[in-house]
Design a protein around this ligand. Structure first.
Ligand code: PHE
Length: 370
């Protein structure tokens, strides 16, 4: 039997008009009709019914409102001597319906599942959908991109610990305990003599003490300071360069900075060195880069100054050279250190530092692809 339309199934599931019988022969007729009706339903090819329709079939034949229940209730209308036989007939029908209908419903389910799998069958020859993958953080990308030009300029890229001895972070860099310069960097003290490095300059001390001269090293990595406001976050990244050799002067530093920024931005950019103070360099300067959004006109990104402060630089203080075992009468050096976030913001045209830490994957992805 096939099912011509939705209509026929609902016809078959209609409840019989007679809800009760009062004699064995009447009951037999109802039972035969019900059996026949059930037979018609379960001979419908299972693939033609949805799971919901299969459930309707179950409810109709074995549910609480099925005729079976009415008939069991109407047993009391039977003469006492027929009651037992009538009850037995109804129970027989009940057992039959339960087994057959359950079998049918399970088959319907299996057919529906099979059809679903068939519909969802994977065609291995189809092109792959674009995967919504994350990407590296723009600042990570920037840090790597910044090291590239330095490699080309002949710098060796090195690493240093983020959990640092106070000695490398401070003393070796001419910042003794109690020196007011310690106030410049709000430090996370981890344990006695141990800090989270407040700058990558600590790697300078490692390089001088562990590698000796001549030196031309660069590093990039996380640095930590106990500060949090609109323009400062406690974890940020710096990039640091150190050159120590015979006859190194400010001219070498300036030309290295010019070459570095030209490569970073893909064109020559204007730099400004502003006299400043760092305990580990003498003389010292702040490095300003002309704002690459407005080219000096003044805009939101540069707070209308036309310049962006990127970091500090200077000639390595002779005290630092000496405390790292380098003869300052023979050798001199320069160093610079900068915030990678700042350079990334300028390079990628990001106006708000906070957007780097909001975890917006789409934005990261967009920037990383640029
Ligand atoms: N370490 C300094 C800072 O974090 C930057 C700097 C590095 C200055 C190297 C001079 C030389 O502010």
């Amino acid at each position: 039997m096939t099912l011509p339309s939705e209509h026929s199934l609902s016809d078959l599931l209609e409840l019989p008009h007679t809800a009760a019988a009062s004699s064995l022969s009447e009951l037999q007729k109802l039972i035969d009709d019900e059996r026949a009706r059930c037979g018609s339903v379960i001979s419908i090819p299972v693939a033609q019914l949805s799971e919901a329709q299969a459930d309707d079939v179950r409810v109709r034949f074995t549910g609480r409102k099925s005729p079976l229940q009415d008939w069991l209730r109407s047993l009391r209308n039977f003469p006492a001597e027929e009651r037992k036989e009538a009850g037995a007939k109804i129970n027989q029908l009940k057992a039959f319906l339960e087994v057959e209908v359950e079998k049918f419903v399970l088959e319907c389910r299996a057919a529906a599942e099979k059809a679903k799998l068939e519909r969802e069958k994977v065609d291995l020859s189809l092109p792959l959908p674009e995967l919504a993958m994350g990407s590296r953080h723009p600042v990570s990308v920037a840090a790597q991109q910044l090291l590239e030009p330095l490699r080309r300029l002949g710098f060796t890229v090195i690493d240093g610990p983020e959990l640092e001895r106070e000695f490398y972070n401070f003393e070796a860099l001419n910042i003794p305990a109690e020196h007011p310069a310690r106030e410049m960097q709000d430090t996370f003290f981890v344990a006695s003599q141990w800090v989270l490095r407040t700058h990558t300059s600590s790697v300078q001390a490692h390089a001088m003490l562990e590698r000796g001269v001549p030196l031309r090293v660069a590093c990039a990595g996380f640095t930590y300071r106990n500060e949090l406001d609109l323009t400062h976050v406690p974890t940020f990244r710096q990039i640091e360069c150190l050159v120590v050799d015979k006859g190194i002067t400010l001219a070498h530093m300036r030309s290295t900075l010019d070459a570095f920024f030209a490569e970073v931005f893909g064109r020559p950019v204007k730099l400004r060195l502003r006299s400043s103070y760092f305990p580990f360099t003498e003389p010292s300067a702040e490095i300003d880069v002309q704002c690459q959004q407005c080219f000096g006109e003044g805009c939101r990104s540069c707070k209308h100054t036309g310049w962006l402060e990127m970091g500090g630089c200077g000639l390595v203080n002779v005290r630092v050279l000496e405390s790292c075992g380098i003869d300052s009468k023979v050798y001199s050096g320069f160093a610079f250190g900068m915030g990678v976030d700042r350079i990334a913001m300028s390079k990628f045209g990001i106006a708000d530092l906070r957007s780097l830490y909001e975890g917006d994957v789409l934005m990261s992805r967009h920037l990383a692809l640029r």
